[in-house]
Write a protein that binds this ligand. Structure first.
Ligand SMILES: Cc1cc2nc3c(=O)[nH]c(=O)nc-3n(C[C@H](O)[C@H](O)[C@H](O)COP(=O)(O)O)c2cc1C
Length: 202
């Protein structure tokens, strides 16, 4: 590949396009779209979202210290885009789409019924970076759509067409996984495990 040089900016992707629910001090819910989100730690489970100060959602998160990340799917595309283009200051986005809400289990913020996976988050720190502030938050509860959990307790999201956002365009993830974690090293690892076992018995 021959690469051209671009100015320093965000050419990072694909990213998830998630719908983040929040409530204000009076408990009124709002929802907005976030792509600048990521995983920060496994234990405790921590995530980040980067939010501009002018968002209504920013105010809500600052006020309550809580938010819920709702993963989005192919059939949530329109609302995902809309909730990222209109502020809750002007439009009641939840009413606009007739979104059904489910009360939080560990937080006072509801999740979206339509979303297959909701992560209830409690803010640990806020870092001012420039255009955006970075909220680092602990996931205090995960909620997963029952029908997506198989008999072995595995979460099967392939069918739901999770949404990704890449350089201004939305994509839905394909149904078939291209591989599973560790497949590239599986046979070697098995060999190594086998060798260790042999070593132990000697
Ligand atoms: C795909 C997409 C991703 C977005 N990602 C972010 C983000 O990561 N952080 C942010 O502050 N705004 C992001 N936005 C913009 C906000 O969602 C948008 O300004 C929204 O209207 C704010 O709503 P609120 O004022 O009701 O909180 C994104 C918008 C879209 C369409």
């Amino acid at each position: 590949m021959t690469k051209e040089l671009f100015k320093g900016s965000i050419l990072f992707g694909p990213l998830p396009a998630v719908l983040v629910t929040t409530v204000d001090r009076e408990g009124r819910p709002n929802v907005f779209t976030v792509s600048w989100t990521g995983v920060a730690c496994s234990r405790p489970p921590m995530v980040t979202i980067a939010v501009r100060k002018e968002r209504l959602s920013y105010e809500n998160i600052q006020a309550t210290g809580e938010f819920v990340i709702n993963l989005t799917t192919r059939d949530m595309l329109k609302m995902t885009d809309f909730c990222g283009c209109r502020s809750g200051r002007k439009v009641d986005k939840i009413k606009h789409f007739g979104l059904e809400l489910e009360p939080g289990a560990e937080v006072a913020v509801p999740s979206l019924k339509k979303s297959p996976v909701a992560l209830e988050c409690r803010v640990k720190s806020v870092t001012e970076l420039g255009t955006h502030d970075l909220f680092l938050a602990e996931i205090v509860r995960n909620k997963v759509e029952q029908s997506l959990i198989d008999r072995d307790g595995k979460i099967c999201l392939g069918e739901s067409g999770l949404l990704a956002y890449c350089h201004g365009e939305y994509f839905a993830l394909g149904r078939q996984p291209m591989g599973t974690f560790g497949h590239s090293v599986a046979s070697r690892r098995k060999k190594e495990q086998g060798a260790k076992k042999i070593g132990k018995t000697r």
